[in-house]
Ligand binder design. Structure first.
Ligand SMILES: Cc1cc2nc3c(=O)[nH]c(=O)nc-3n(C[C@H](O)[C@H](O)[C@H](O)COP(=O)(O)OP(=O)(O)OC[C@H]3O[C@@H](n4cnc5c(N)ncnc54)[C@H](O)[C@@H]3O)c2cc1C
Length: 231
């Protein structure tokens, strides 16, 4: 793709692409089709996809701060290895979402305020860590059920209207889909372990210390990290 100089682009030179042979990792990369060049006339061209950060301004600190073309930043404080420089959003994570960029902006603002006040950046930041689920779902013995295929509008009927393309599931399909749920979100400890020491009280799970063998498996499977071994 070639874009005209400045904003007064006369046209966008394009070339058709096709997927090449799989590389060593099995990924098929796009490659240009020979002699397929064509021009799209346009008054203004804004190149928006396939963008990457221009980190030339960090060049002097590149070794410590740039990783695979993106800025490196602490996941909680968003501090880079350059004193007083904080980074977040797509230039750190790669292409992501508006929500993620806004969240990073809030985190960075907190850090910058602390930085100016001379306070430690990571004090009072509990709960801001990147959440990693420790849930281990026990699927042993569970028959594998494939997802129900969604009925789709045929391509010929999609043109010239805003009709739904995905037509939904039938009642039977929806019930079957619901039954595929492994129900790992609620009292998984009791459902899976049948542990006599685990009891429910008003919807909460409690441990009867007298009957607890101390194996720690309930703590391992709890999706809410509600059970802490030794407490
Ligand atoms: C085509 C497209 C569609 C998308 N659709 C969605 C969607 O539907 N939903 C969704 O959540 N996300 C979508 N995204 C992703 C979303 O736009 C980005 O994740 C988000 O905008 C990232 O925000 P950011 O602040 O990190 O970066 P940006 O929004 O890219 O902001 C960076 C800003 O910094 C400016 N800048 C760059 N260099 C300098 C410099 N040296 N000095 C001063 N300023 C500079 C840039 O001009 C730009 O204004 C889409 C992205 C693209 C490209």
């Amino acid at each position: 793709m070639v874009v005209g100089k400045g904003n007064k682009a006369a046209g966008l030179e394009c070339i058709k692409m096709k997927l090449g042979e799989p590389d060593a990792s099995g990924r098929r990369r796009p490659e240009p089709i020979r002699d397929s060049e064509f021009v799209i006339e346009a008054g203004l061209i804004i190149a928006a996809v396939g963008e990457e950060p221009d980190l030339a301004f960090m060049a002097g600190d590149a070794a410590a701060t740039i990783d695979k073309g993106y800025l490196k930043a602490d996941p909680v404080t968003l501090a880079t290895s350059v004193e007083g420089v904080f980074a977040g959003g797509d230039c750190v994570t790669g292409a992501a979402t508006v929500i993620a960029a806004m969240a990073a902006g809030r985190k960075a603002a907190k850090s910058i305020e602390k930085y100016f006040k001379g306070e430690p950046l990571n004090v009072g930041r509990e709960g801001e860590e990147v959440y990693e689920s420790k849930l281990l779902v026990e699927t042993y013995g569970t028959p594998k059920e494939s997802r129900a295929p969604m009925a789709m509008l045929v391509p010929e009927k999609r043109r010239g209207n805003f009709n739904e393309v995905e037509l939904g599931l039938s009642r039977e399909q929806a019930i079957r889909e619901a039954k595929r749920c492994l129900q790992c979100d609620c009292k998984i400890c009791i459902n899976l372990l049948g542990c006599p020491a685990l009891i429910t009280e008003e919807g909460k799970v409690a441990v009867d210390a007298a009957g607890c063998p101390g194996c720690g498996v309930c703590a391992q499977v709890c999706p809410f990290e509600a059970i802490i071994p030794g407490e």
